[in-house]
Design a protein around this ligand. Structure first.
Ligand SMILES: [Cu+2]
Length: 133
């Protein structure tokens, strides 16, 4: 079962934003991907959700287009072990959901890139998830 973000989840998960060199101060770095739940039961139909927030306001960012993703087991030293990720509809503002084949319990790294309305630079981030046995 999925849980809401807990203290443990905050400790277990992190988000990274990368900004291309030369980017002005305002830009893609104003946005952050956060895990909605950092633990998910492993399985071929595992559902994963990330929240996209504008760090300046703390508000959720809706209507972003997620156009590349990668899911691999880098946190467990298996970067070569990748899996498929399917986008699901955004049903809640700023919450982006995916279905992934998390075939193995353990740590998974989810890399997300997004186009945000009004933001010319690509927003990139990653979250670390733990697939439970
Ligand atoms: Cu693995």
């Amino acid at each position: 079962m999925k849980r809401n973000l807990s203290v443990r989840a905050v400790v277990a998960a992190f988000a990274v934003l990368t900004v291309p060199a030369g980017t002005a101060l305002a830009g893609a770095g104003d946005y952050e991907f956060q895990p909605v739940a950092s633990e998910v039961k492993h399985g071929s139909q595992a559902e994963v959700a990330v929240r996209l927030v504008d760090k300046r306001s703390g508000n959720p960012v809706s209507g972003a287009v997620i156009f590349t993703t990668r899911m691999d087991m880098a946190p467990d030293g298996m970067e070569m072990m990748t899996t498929s990720v399917e986008n699901l509809p955004e049903t809640e503002s700023g919450i982006y959901r995916f279905r992934a084949n998390l075939s193995m319990a353990g740590g998974w790294r989810f890399k997300v890139a997004a186009k945000v309305q009004g933001e010319p630079d690509t927003v990139q981030g990653e979250v670390v998830l733990k697939a439970l046995p």
